[in-house]
Design a protein around this ligand. Structure first.
Ligand SMILES: [Zn+2]
Length: 408
């Protein structure tokens, strides 16, 4: 394949996870009688620009349908994170009510609600209709479309220019990353600021987070690769923070290369050096992930088989995309994992794609009283254990499978 950013054909295979259906394609009971389409799930890394990327397999419209079940507002810790970011941006960049904040991938308004509360003008851009409707119910203005140069031009022609743009956990999810970033260049005022947050590929590699790989996740980003992508579009990073969200993320502060007013924090070069020292400019560093995934798969299968033979019940918690990658890669079905509990009412009553494990609400846990609760979204471990602490009363133990199988 050719690199999606720089078109180089010097791409090396990182990991082959077999085949999987789109990870957000939750099935209704009626859909269980129908076939599912499984696509190859392979990841490459480009040795020119070090962009780690999922190999293209499917048309994008299938990956984000109108039924999209991920509503940001269902995670309490994510809401707090959004609120803190808004407060920080208002203070640091002196945002005033007449300025404009644009959020790309505004989802259900989980973040812009705080901008609105602060009395600052804002606009959300969100391609999925169900979440956009939820955002409008919060009184937010939302454009329902995919973001890129075309959308940015249309908004600019209407006189829309942003003082501050926010894009959390979307940069890695766009198929055409060059066109997407180009949209920011066009919509941002000459002195404006953009913040991008995305999972850091260094954390993925160091903590064996292979389950964050799925078709809708097109890119796995480092500061090395993103700096280059931004540069091509006339943008530059002037500050960076390492965050603990999603198992290790980066938050970049970005401005126009030519007209941006902010001095570059030495932290930017320090992190670039750290990435080089960690081996992010060698294919072998990325390719170690394949063996780590095999080991994690064997460990989880051995655990589930042992519990099956001992007559112990195991129920999973969190019907997230990453769980689907792992369960389908490992070939786990309801005979080994009978149900997955999730708080999101939009998912309850449905089935996980591929593995077809039923998604149930929390009352199932109290009635079934499983011996083990397998936490699939390991990034929310603390929050989930706290929320389910009552399960300790019947002797339940919590289990996590990544970075290595662990009973907590
Ligand atoms: Zn490349």
């Amino acid at each position: 394949m050719k690199c999606r950013h720089c078109q180089s054909d010097q791409c090396f295979e990182v990991i082959d996870l077999g085949h999987a259906p789109p990870s957000n394609a939750y099935l209704s009971p009626a859909q269980l009688a129908r076939p599912e389409i499984w696509y190859p799930l392979r990841v490459m890394v480009c040795s020119e620009c070090w962009l780690m990327q999922t190999v293209d397999v499917t048309d994008y419209s299938q990956l984000f349908d109108a039924d999209y079940a991920y509503f940001s507002s269902y995670s309490a810790s994510w809401l707090a994170h959004a609120k803190n970011l808004v407060t920080h941006l208002i203070t640091r960049f002196h945002l005033t009510p007449e300025q404009l904040v644009v959020e790309v991938a505004a989802n259900d308004g989980y973040l812009l609600q705080y901008v609105k509360d602060a009395g600052i003008r804002c606009l959300g851009i969100e391609p999925t209709l169900s979440t956009a409707i939820a955002a409008r119910e919060k009184g937010l203005e939302i454009e329902t479309c995919f973001f890129g140069t075309q959308t940015a031009d249309q908004l600019s022609q209407k006189g829309c220019q942003a003082d501050c743009m926010i894009a959390n956990n979307v940069l890695a999810h766009v198929p055409d990353i060059n066109d997407f970033v180009g949209g920011f260049t066009r919509l941002l005022k000459p002195t404006g600021v953009i913040t991008f947050e995305f999972p850091h590929v260094l954390a993925l590699l160091q903590h064996h987070q292979f389950d964050t790989i799925y078709h809708e996740h097109f890119s796995y980003l480092s500061l090395l690769s993103v700096t280059r992508i931004l540069q091509q579009q006339g943008l530059m990073v002037f500050d960076v923070e390492q965050l603990t969200t999603h198992g290790g993320s980066l938050r970049l502060y970005v401005q126009h290369q030519q007209t941006g007013p902010h001095a570059t924090n030495p932290q930017v070069n320090a992190l670039l050096d750290l990435e080089r020292e960690a081996g992010l400019a060698y294919p072998a560093t990325y390719q170690a992930l394949n063996q780590q995934a095999i080991e994690a798969k064997h460990a989880l299968l051995a655990f589930l088989l042992t519990q099956k033979q001992a007559g112990n019940t195991v129920v999973a918690y969190g019907a997230a995309a990453k769980g689907n990658t792992f369960l389908n890669y490992a070939g786990i079905r309801p005979d080994l994992l009978e149900a997955v509990v999730d708080r999101n009412p939009h998912k309850q009553g449905k089935y996980l794609p591929g593995s077809r494990i039923p998604i149930v609400d929390e009352t199932y846990l109290r009635e079934r009283q499983p011996r083990y609760i397998l936490i699939l979204p390991w990034n929310l471990t603390t929050e989930i254990i706290e929320q389910l602490s009552y399960a300790r009363q019947w002797g339940a133990q919590f289990v996590r499978a990544i970075p290595a199988l662990e009973i907590l």
